[in-house]
Unconditional design. Structure first.
Length: 218
């Protein structure tokens, strides 16, 4: 596991607009905006795993016409990053955003916030073992509302796991909406649930972080 404060330093890469992290953020935000555009009228429920400072979600909600319709739960273990996300949501006037300092890897954390119309899994798959990536994908229908959109990320350094991850989403009942990113750089997947959603199974651990920031496109 990374040392305390590591992830705070890691997020400082966003200060460089030319960094891969910043470029990937723009792709994620564009796909999230598209998901909001396509959402049915009424409230939009969103959950974000390992949300960091909430840049992807908060950056879109503050500008999107549907921002006021979104009820979002952002889960982040690091207390400083969670505090940053709360401050950013407050500064943007996003009363519908709740930031929880907690363990994003267990399904119980999302009780009361799911089924969600949008699920963000950004910065997770590059920091866990492959079996945990698959396990997480298999659990996602338990967090999703019908026709929910899932946006996920994973670096594309060799060995590039993203083709396999995309296949796992298909096996789990999703259809691919888009896949962005060049080989050797980053990948952003957008999938929509077409299989029936499943009931939340409390107390199940989806993944365990083993990385130290090796996912340069977290």
């Amino acid at each position: 596991m990374a040392a305390p404060g590591h992830w705070v330093e890691w997020h400082e890469r966003y200060a460089d607009p030319d960094s891969a992290l910043s470029r990937r953020l723009l792709v994620v935000q564009r796909r999230l905006s598209d998901a909001f555009d396509a959402a049915a009228p009424g409230p939009i429920r969103l959950v974000s795993m390992c949300a960091g400072q909430g840049r992807d979600v908060i950056g879109v909600l503050g500008e999107h016409d549907r921002g006021a319709d979104v009820v979002a739960l952002l889960v982040e273990l690091d207390p400083d990053l969670a505090s940053d996300a709360r401050s950013a949501a407050a500064a943007a006037g996003l009363a519908g955003v709740t930031v929880v300092q907690g363990d994003a890897s267990t399904t119980s954390t999302y009780a009361g916030a799911v089924p969600a119309d949008v699920v963000m899994v950004c910065g997770v798959f590059g920091n866990v073992v492959d079996d945990d990536v698959r396990r997480t994908v298999q659990e996602l229908p338990c967090l999703c509302a019908p026709e929910a959109t899932v946006i996920w990320t994973r670096h594309r350094r060799e060995p590039d796991l993203t083709p396999t991850v995309r296949a796992w989403f298909t096996e789990a009942g999703f259809v691919e909406v888009a896949f962005d990113g060049a080989p050797g750089s980053f990948g952003v997947g957008t999938h929509r649930l077409v299989a029936p959603p499943q009931e939340l199974r409390a107390g199940r651990r989806m993944f365990t972080f083993v990385g130290d920031g090796a996912d340069a496109h977290h």
